[in-house]
Design a protein around this ligand. Structure first.
Ligand code: SF4
Length: 322
């Protein structure tokens, strides 16, 4: 998939304070506006400010801006952790994007500030070497829903292959980096069959993954339009039939969301938890995307610790566009 990177000067702040729920107290950062991985289900692609598909605006001045912000604030505060990729992926395969990401992460880590990221891209080895120097400050999440080539080509054609995602996991774990897997969005009848689920958790368990979060696909109007336009018609028809009797409801920040029928999710999550447990993995149901189930907070312990006081009670967090 071709990626056109357009350089932009960022005018607003580099770090954005969270303004809702438990994101208050967290700081987020996005290296680009738009994401070249173009997953079919990505809600960030529907933002009014998102560039056209295939285009990405890279904030070329981000490291300089960040350095100034942190230095000018040094005496007053430093964030405990900065969360990357709430609306993009910092490991898109372009040298300029990777360079800005590397500089930005280095600035944070050198100042004792933790970083957390979710990615579906390939993590170059120089990042793993960087993280090794700051093992206590890095939390990695790999987005991996299925090992099947069919799922990859159909739903995440711009992401790296399942094999490369497993390689990311191996290299991170060998480097001693805290790593978990985000299995989201699970696609009914595609990635939630017994065979698919078993193959995935077996591969993860063998590589040493011990924690995963799971969540089924949900629809928002923009996601629905993308899926209808980009999926093969058979896939879209199956999905459409799964959601057809579901009402639009308010979930988290979104006022119009359709969840899969509760029974479908309960059965699927049951299969996943059983399979995960058999392979030594704790699978947590993402609560913010399943408000009608007994979900859990899928935010990793390390991130929770770095953002104190934000994860009690029923507060919800929606951090990632996938
Ligand atoms: S879901 Fe994540 S990786 Fe995929 S297009 Fe959106 S931001 Fe990029």
């Amino acid at each position: 998939m071709s990626l056109r990177v357009i350089l932009r000067e960022r005018k607003s702040r580099a770090l954005n304070p969270g303004t809702f729920g438990c994101l208050q107290g967290a700081f987020t950062i996005n290296v680009t506006q738009g994401c070249g991985l173009s997953c079919t289900y990505c809600y960030a692609r529907g933002y009014a400010t998102a560039p056209p598909r295939g285009d990405v605006y890279l904030f070329i001045n981000l490291p300089e801006l960040l350095r100034k912000e942190l230095d000018s604030n040094r005496r007053r505060w430093l964030p405990g952790m900065v969360i990357f990729n709430t609306a993009t992926d910092c490991f898109q395969p372009h040298p300029d994007i990777l360079e800005v990401t590397y500089q930005t992460m280095t600035i944070l880590l050198e100042r004792g500030i933790g970083i957390s990221f979710l990615t579906k891209g390939f993590i170059p080895q120089r990042f793993i070497e960087l993280f090794k120097g700051y093992r206590e400050s890095v939390h990695a999440q790999i987005g991996l829903v299925s090992l099947s080539e069919g799922y990859w080509r159909t739903y995440e054609p711009g992401a790296v292959s399942p094999r490369e995602k497993l390689e990311n996991i191996e290299r991170l774990l060998v480097g001693g980096i805290d790593t978990q897997v985000r299995i989201d969005p699970i696609i009914p009848f595609v990635s939630d069959t017994r065979e698919e689920v078993e193959a995935l958790f077996k591969a993860l368990g063998q590589r040493g993954i011990r924690n995963a979060s799971v969540s089924y696909l949900h629809l928002r109007p923009a996601i629905q339009r993308q899926l209808r336009a980009e999926l093969p018609s058979l896939h879209w028809k199956v999905l459409e039939s799964c959601f057809e009797n579901q009402s639009w409801v308010e979930v988290g920040l979104s006022t119009k969301t359709k969840l899969l029928p509760k029974r479908v999710r309960e059965n699927g999550y049951g299969r996943m938890k059983t399979s995960a447990q058999a392979h030594g993995i704790s699978a947590v149901i993402c609560r913010c995307k399943n408000p009608d189930l007994n979900g859990e907070i899928c935010v990793p312990a390390r991130v929770r610790k770095a953002i104190p006081g934000r994860f009690q009670g029923k507060q919800q967090l929606i951090l990632f566009p996938c």
